[in-house]
Design a protein around this ligand. Structure first.
Ligand SMILES: CC(C)(COP(=O)(O)OP(=O)(O)OC[C@H]1O[C@@H](n2cnc3c(N)ncnc32)[C@H](O)[C@@H]1OP(=O)(O)O)[C@@H](O)C(=O)NCCC(=O)NCCS
Length: 182
């Protein structure tokens, strides 16, 4: 069950270190992706306008770890030090988990999020009581759809008018639903 999950505070893959975000990450997260309108185009939140917004976002992530509500990992590159280049979140309820992810623009197209998602899909689906791992993306977010397919998730369909992506439109938009199951 999601409530029984105990994600490690740090997870390494071939190129990445996933770790819990820290308050001192806020300035770099703000500067490298949270304030970038290209990065946030298909996300449910607007670009941050000040580092204070990012500080609040990091504080919320820390509280969510403690409250077992959501596990956000900062994505860092093992060969390039501690600075976050993106983030990947595990959410869930009951027997299902779902993922969200974001990466700073200079790192797009290098397979980084595919590597992070593959790691966490493998881990979550290996945990007792977890049967389903899902994620969705805006119907126009091709890169995100490709990441999910490359990580072994299958398209389940389009949820119509499902989510507001405020940087695109105030109206709810269609999303592609993906999942991998046991
Ligand atoms: C979506 C995102 C996380 C992809 O991360 P990534 O590490 O660049 O993805 P990968 O390198 O694993 O690439 C996956 C595929 O998408 C392609 N791709 C990457 N960026 C792309 C872009 N901007 N447009 C079209 N295709 C793109 C890659 O070439 C790759 O395909 P390939 O294997 O056939 O070459 C990243 O682009 C991002 O952070 N976007 C903004 C935030 C966002 O939309 N998050 C997802 C919300 S659902």
């Amino acid at each position: 069950m999601f409530s029984d999950l105990m994600p490690a505070l740090v997870r390494d893959t071939a190129r990445l270190r996933l770790r819990r975000p820290r308050p001192e990450d806020a300035a770099i997260i703000f500067a490298t992706y949270a304030s970038d309108p290209e990065v946030t185009r298909y996300l449910a939140w607007r670009p941050h306008r000040s580092v204070r917004e990012t500080e609040a976002h990091v504080a919320r992530a820390t509280a969510d770890w403690a409250g077992k509500r959501e596990y956000v990992y900062a994505i860092t590159l093992r060969e390039e030090g501690e600075a976050p280049v993106g983030a990947i979140a595990i959410r869930g309820a009951g027997h299902a988990v779902s993922f969200g992810f974001v990466l700073s623009r200079p790192h797009w197209g290098r397979g980084i999020v595919t590597e992070a998602l593959s790691e966490l899909l493998g881990w979550t689906l290996g945990q007792r009581g977890i049967w389903r791992a899902a994620a969705f993306c805006d119907v126009d977010n091709l890169a995100s759809a490709l990441v999910m397919e490359k990580a072994g998730m299958s398209l389940e369909g389009i949820n119509r008018r499902a989510i507001v992506h405020p940087n695109l439109s105030p109206e709810p938009r269609d999303v592609r639903m993906y999942a991998r199951v046991n």
